[in-house]
Design a protein around this ligand. Sequence first.
Ligand code: TYM
Length: 352
Amino acid sequence: MPLDSPLTDIERPDIERPRLLSGMQPSADSLHLGNYIGALLSWKALQETHDAFFFLADLHAITVPQDPAELRANTRRTMAQYIAAGIDPAKSTLFVQSHVPAHAELAWVLNTLTGFGEAARMTQFKDKAAKQGQEAASVGLFTYPILQAGDILLYQAVDVPVGEDQRQHIELTRDLATRFNSRFGDTFTVPKPYILKDTAKIFDLQNPGAKMSKSAESPTGLIWLLDEPKVTEKKIMRAVTDADGEVRFDREAKPGLANLLTLFAILGNRSIESVVEEFAGGGYGTLKKALAAIVVETVEPIRTRTLELLEDPAELDRILAANAEKANAVAEQTLATVYDRVGFLPPLRRHR
Ligand code: TYM
């Protein structure tokens, strides 16, 4: 840091309680079982041991077209699902990305450090752009991972709990942090992805070669957290398996069944081997029925609680406003250091 810098050294996360950050896009009216297992389950556990920041990635959501009224409603609905799934706003900082202007501001600086070819290698961009057609894809979709890097680096996060599909974005974040630090001096914590092996990827029930995703071709391949129990049961009973009828775990040869066994093991809190052992003699129908009961048991309290929370939107907004203040305090400090290090003249007074 230059000798005449007005800034004190940047805040470092407490070693005892490492800083953690993660978020989801509020781009559907319900989260799905992949989001729950890949992210929310570990968020809930990690908030006990970490200084956790969880946010609603509305800036990311608009990288594909959104209806404004729906986006607003989905942002509150997603926030309600975080809380209903066990994220406690008294323990964790729960906020909306657009309430913290520093996200967009840091993303700009990081854009200038990212190679065009480096961004073009991001597989999620390539997949999404292919779905929309290259010409229709926005520049925002292209720079999505750089905004994500900014989200993480602003909070000096050490751990970033996400599903396997986000690994490449966390790697880019690490590269950008290291690049900035070596060019401008030690500024950012270099984060680690926190990806649980067994829960890292949940597959589509109708198309078990693809991850469960809101942009799936058929709505019957996804379990929405806000689905009615009857709908959930039906989707599981109709899940695609295979013709040989033998209950054993084989990801390559029997991907549909492997996905069901994985779901059973995670939600039933037991090993895949013990599930296989229990159902080895029976047909797939028995396994599916038992799995449907476990999924409904997990998801139904979340659905009920979400609907209750949504009856008081003013309370949700109050929580978000209080948490935005906490998030802004941390983010502004990192951004001020970044602006100083890259050589921006300090403003005489802050404009916000
Ligand atoms: P989003 O909304 O697409 O996904 C939210 C989280 O759900 C996980 N996930 C899955 N996990 C297992 N199996 C699946 N089928 C499945 N589908 C989704 C994702 O890995 C993710 O953890 N880019 C992020 C949002 C984001 C973010 C961040 C995350 C923006 N900035 C900073 C962490 C840190 C995303 O994919 O959201």
